[in-house]
Ligand binder design. Structure first.
Ligand SMILES: [Zn+2]
Length: 130
């Protein structure tokens, strides 16, 4: 499969694709169809986020949801991306106790879980300290 076609089939779950308003330059993630600032005069285009940002708040999860038992304890943070949008994501590759507000992180695409019955492997984004 040619690479460009492959990438077009990847949704924003695997790639930080948001939208950017050509009228006011605001970037949105998850992507929006209408700019809340410009409304009808806004024009939204797909926008690839770099995936770097800073932690604005975080919490450690000690009891994880079914299917994620092996992951606990883990840290979930709200990250303000360099382009502006805030996203929630799991912080990986570090001790949850060492995470601090203001820490710089970058996105990493990881295996999230495997569905034994269907053989489906889910991937998604997490963040790690820079
Ligand atoms: Zn706008």
């Amino acid at each position: 499969m040619p690479v460009p076609r492959f990438w077009r089939q990847i949704t924003n779950r695997y790639n930080l694709i948001g939208t950017r308003c050509e009228n006011c330059d605001e970037v949105f993630f998850p992507p929006r169809h209408v700019c809340p600032i410009c409304r009808r005069i806004g024009k939204l285009e797909p926008y690839q986020l770099k995936g770097r940002g800073k932690i604005v708040s975080h919490t450690t999860v000690h009891v994880s949801p079914k299917g994620f038992e092996d992951e606990a304890p883990y840290s979930v943070a709200i990250i303000k991306l360099d382009e502006g949008p805030r996203v929630t994501g799991q912080i990986t590759d570090c001790d949850p106790e060492e995470i601090q507000i203001g820490d710089e992180v970058e996105v990493t695409f990881r295996h999230v879980r495997e569905d034994g019955e269907s053989g489906v492997i889910y991937y998604g984004y997490k963040f790690r300290p820079v």
